[in-house]
Every structure is written in structure tokens, then in C-alpha cells.
Write a protein that binds this ligand. Structure first.
Ligand code: PMP
Length: 328
């Protein structure tokens, strides 16, 4: 048993678990990286820590400084935790469409929360642009800029990918996940390719995102929509540049919910981006063939979505079929 020297060293080194249902359905061996076991209960703690320490190393963030970021929530939670541990103030700009739990969590952690209406990226009121302006206006502040700051994907090159390679004993045939910033997909992809060019890296895109068409047909074009939080990108972020994507899948919210339900039956409570990732892992396992070994990311805890994904009325309002155990 390891004793950690400080609280920030609790970020990363997450367990990897074999997923029975997805393995059985695909004939492959499907493994999930338990990112919900980070202190902030999501994969974004890793990026938050690397972004903050990168800014410190560059002399951009000094004692008493402020971290400003636009985020769908999980990066903000990670930044607030890291900021608390290091003595920085955190200001988080978030679209008001995100789950109530994320807003309450950010407030509980002491972050200053700025809610803005959901808007297209081209609109100056978009949460990312608002956060950049706020950072410029705030003295001694950095803009974390998770989409285009490649300290984000570095967390996954030197962290997540190394861990996966070691945990799989170098026997891994494929990796897939969805992209928000693309830090996880590109970082794990680049890290695993450094170990072996033979590992297939696949994007699993939700509807409403433009990356599936980009990797399949060379054109950034979105179709349909998704209620999944934290994933779905419309452009090639700096983190996505040069991502070694070999193949791509597109998964609906219904397909994601199918796997969220199956994982609940295995004793895991996860968010919808995890369900979509697992749907992609099953597809990749089928493509790579029986016995192939595929890893995906279990991005965050489902407890973050009690008022949305696990709320009957909310699901009905989105035209989705509630999980059978959710009663009125
Ligand atoms: N799932 C959830 C729930 C997230 O919050 C995020 C982060 N935006 C992702 C997946 C995608 O991670 P990344 O930003 O590394 O692409």
C-alpha cells in the first residue's frame, strides 16, 4: 500500500478494470480506466494539475494569483481543487445548460462561478471567449485555456498513456474515447503510439460534434445532437492537432445510455460520456476481432448527473427513455 506525500499526488494513477458486459458483447477484452476515482471525480483533474504547474514553471502564475477558465464543469472542479491546494483563487465560466450538480460542486469548492447562456463558438458571449476576457481583465491571473493549451494533452502523454501501457503489460490493441478538448484522445493516442505504432487509436464521437466527419471525410461537419456533457467538438483544437486517429465511430445518446445501464449492472455509476466511450470500445473490439484488448476512459462519476441523466423527468423532456429503475 502506497502512502502519498501530498494531496495533489492523488491525481492520476487510476485503476484499470475489465468490463464484463462490453467484453462479452464484443468478443474482445474491454478495459476501463477509472478516471472517476480522481479526487475531483473526473479525468479533468489531470489536465488541471498540468495546466497549473506549467503556468507556474513559466512564471505566469505567482503566489496569490487567480486561475480563470471556461469549462463544461469538470475542468473547473479540477482547477478549483488544485487552486485550493496551491493557494490560488479560481474563477469559472460555465454555460448555464450544464448540470446543477456541477454548479453546486464548484460553489462548494469555493470557485467563483460565472454562468453565461449557451452560445455558438462564433459568438463573443461563448463561455470560452468570456473566460479569456475575464482573465485579461483580472490582475495576476492566468487563462487556463484547456482547449488550446497543450499542457492538457501532456498530462495524458506522460500520465494516462504510460499508466495504461504498464497496466496492460504492453499488450493492448486499441484505444478509443470521445473528445471535448481532445486532450485525452490526442494525449493517450500519442503516448501509446510512442510505445507501439500497432495500437489502433479510434475517435468515438457523439452526434452534434464535427470530428467524426473530419476524420472520416476531411470535413468539419456536425449532424444531429447530443445531451452528453463535456464532449462534442466542432473544431481542431491545438490539443487535437496531430492526434494519431486511425479510425472513428459515431455513437448516439441511446447507445451511450445502453452501456451506462449495463455498467450500473456491474456496480459502476458513470456519466453519459463514459457510456458513449464504452459503446465505441465495443465497436472497436468487434473491428479488431475476438480476444483483442481495448481500453477506454471512464470519464466521470454519474453522481454528477442526478438531476439529468438519472432523473426520469429530465430524460423524458429530452426525448430519451428513462432507465427502468427510475420511478416517478
Ligand atoms: N467526459 C467528460 C464528462 C468531460 O467533462 C470531458 C472534458 N471536457 C471529457 C469527457 C473529454 O475530455 P477531453 O477534454 O480530454 O477531450
Amino acid at each position: 500500500m502506497t502512502v502519498h506525500p501530498n494531496t495533489l499526488s492523488l491525481i492520476g494513477n487510476t485503476p484499470l478494470v475489465r468490463l464484463a458486459g462490453p467484453s462479452e458483447a464484443s468478443g474482445a477484452e474491454i478495459f476501463g480506466k477509472c478516471e472517476f476515482m480522481n479526487p475531483g471525480a473526473s479525468v479533468k483533474d489531470r489536465a488541471a494539475l498540468f495546466i497549473v504547474e506549467d503556468a507556474e514553471e513559466k512564471g505566469l502564475l505567482r503566489p496569490g494569483g487567480t486561475i480563470v477558465e471556461g469549462t463544461a464543469g469538470n475542468t473547473g472542479i479540477g482547477l478549483a481543487l488544485v487552486g485550493n491546494a496551491k493557494g490560488y483563487r479560481t474563477i469559472i465560466v460555465m454555460p448555464e445548460t450544464q448540470s446543477r450538480e456541477k454548479m453546486d460542486t464548484l460553489r462548494a469548492l469555493g470557485a467563483e462561478l460565472v454562468l453565461v447562456p449557451a452560445a455558438p463558438y462564433s459568438n463573443p458571449g461563448h463561455f470560452v471567449h468570456t473566460s479569456r476576457r475575464l482573465a485579461e481583465e483580472t490582475p495576476n491571473a492566468i487563462w487556463a485555456n484547456q482547449f488550446d493549451n497543450i499542457a492538457n494533452r501532456k498530462a495524458h502523454i506522460v500520465g494516462t498513456a504510460e499508466e495504461i501501457w504498464a497496466q496492460m503489460d504492453g499488450r493492448i490493441d486499441g484505444f478509443t474515447c470521445a473528445a471535448g478538448t481532445g486532450g485525452t484522445l490526442a494525449g493517450v493516442g500519442l503516448g501509446l503510439k510512442q510505445k507501439s505504432e500497432a495500437v489502433t487509436i479510434a475517435l468515438t464521437d457523439p452526434y452534434g460534434a464535427a470530428l467524426y466527419n473530419y476524420y472520416a471525410h476531411g470535413e468539419l461537419k456536425a449532424e444531429g445532437s447530443s445531451v452528453a456533457e463535456g464532449i462534442g467538438q466542432g473544431r481542431i483544437t491545438a490539443n487535437l492537432e496531430g492526434a494519431p486517429v486511425d479510425t472513428q465511430f459515431r455513437m448516439s445518446d441511446e447507445e451511450g445510455m445502453f452501456w451506462v445501464e449495463k455498467l450500473m449492472g456491474e456496480g459502476l455509476c458513470v456519466g453519459l460520456s463514459t457510456g458513449i466511450n464504452v459503446a465505441g470500445a465495443v465497436a472497436l473490439g468487434r473491428q479488431l476481432g475476438p480476444g483483442s484488448r481495448v481500453v477506454t476512459i471512464l470519464c466521470d462519476t454519474g453522481l454528477r448527473y442526478l438531476s439529468t441523466l438519472y432523473n426520469r423527468d429530465w430524460l423524458v423532456s429530452k426525448g430519451l427513455t428513462p432507465f427502468p429503475w427510475l420511478t416517478d
